[in-house]
Design a protein around this ligand. Structure first.
Ligand SMILES: [Zn+2]
Length: 98
């Protein structure tokens, strides 16, 4: 039996926060936007997403990638807990998802 060597991406989901949430429109509310191959519609504003295993073939993988800090190179959670880096992720989110 030949080993499977290649995988094809079929779904992309991005955490695209609503940066105008709250009474003063200044809160950042986490939400997902999802897009599936061969499905031109993307769904946004999702509080949570589910991947029902029966809709996927055996061997399907779900990969989550996070942005790396442009200043220190660390992922956001580590960057924010590192006092030596002052990259402003809230500012970045507002600038990116306004
Ligand atoms: Zn950083």
């Amino acid at each position: 039996m030949k080993p499977v060597k290649e995988f094809q991406e079929i779904a992309w989901v991005e955490m695209t926060p609503d940066v105008y949430d709250g009474p003063n429109c200044d809160q950042i509310k986490p939400q997902w936007t999802g897009a599936f191959k061969d499905d031109m519609d993307s769904e946004n504003g999702l509080g949570s997403i589910s991947f029902d295993a029966k809709h996927f073939p055996p061997g399907a993988k779900i990969v989550v990638s996070v942005p790396c800090c442009p200043e220190c190179g660390a992922e956001p959670e580590l960057c924010q807990s590192d006092d030596s880096c002052d990259f402003d992720w809230d500012f970045w989110a507002r600038d990116t998802y306004q």
